[in-house]
Design a protein around this ligand. Structure first.
Ligand code: C5P
Length: 220
């Protein structure tokens, strides 16, 4: 079979990561979490004392960190200059700062190049999840999915993941991050014209996975 390229985009808390990992594992494809790459470069900026509210300071060093993503869906990894940052990139501090860093065009150019080269080298194909995969990174993807869910469902899922985090505060943080991601100039969060929208509000993870796999098989 030809390698299949699957783009899964959508706002935070819609189930992109869980869905993408499960789909990739079941179909024997590679998996790339592009949000983790933006979190990793944000972590490097914070660790090196770069002001994340200063786009020109960020642009000046955007090429410095070496970011390496492992694409096994059963065991996705991410390192920056050889350091495993899978844990530290998930803190509330990085989550609050990632939208500002990822809005900088030099950062996007750098990360987009990494994403394209990983997609091109995936043997059986790859599931790539993010915000601008179907629109900008891989506009020729074989299958494009745009996941949505109500703000309430998204906040409930996120606070469940964060074990007991306040649902209302989580909801506000999510809405703020999505607004920033959707309104930036360079490749904002958006549904590609040819993407299939799946509302996951009332679906279980297993149902969403089945739906996405069916869409992929139809295209193969
Ligand atoms: O998916 P996740 O919540 O980990 O993404 C973190 C952040 O990375 C997003 O809020 C967004 O600012 C940025 N991002 C992006 N483009 C992508 C994936 C993530 O700008 N393709």
């Amino acid at each position: 079979a030809q390698p299949v390229i699957v783009a899964i985009d959508g706002p935070s808390g819609t189930g992109k990561s869980s869905t993408s990992k499960a789909v990739a594992a079941q179909l024997g494809l590679s998996y790339l979490d592009t949000g983790a790459q933006y979190r990793a470069i944000t972590w490097w900026m914070v660790t090196n004392g770069i002001d994340t509210e200063d786009p020109s300071a960020i642009a000046a060093v955007a090429g410095k960190p070496e970011i390496v993503s492992g694409t096994d869906p059963a065991h996705p990894t991410i390192t920056v200059d050889g350091v495993d940052v899978s844990g530290p990139i998930r803190t509330p501090e990085i989550t609050a700062k990632v939208s500002a860093v990822s809005a900088v065009p030099e950062v996007r150019a750098r990360i987009t190049e990494l994403q394209r080269s990983l997609a091109a080298s995936a043997k059986n194909g790859i599931v790539v999840e993010g915000r601008d995969i179907g629109t900008t990174v891989l506009p020729d993807a074989d299958v494009k999915i745009f996941l949505t869910a109500s703000p309430e469902a998204r906040a409930a899922r996120r606070s469940g993941e964060l074990k007991g985090a306040d649902v209302e505060a989580t909801r506000e943080a999510l809405i703020k991050r999505d607004a920033a991601d959707s309104s930036r100039k360079t490749s904002p969060l958006a549904k590609a014209e040819d993407a299939i929208e799946v509302d996951t509000t009332d679906l279980t993870l297993a149902q969403v996975v089945e739906c996405v796999i069916t869409l992929i098989e139809e295209k193969r």
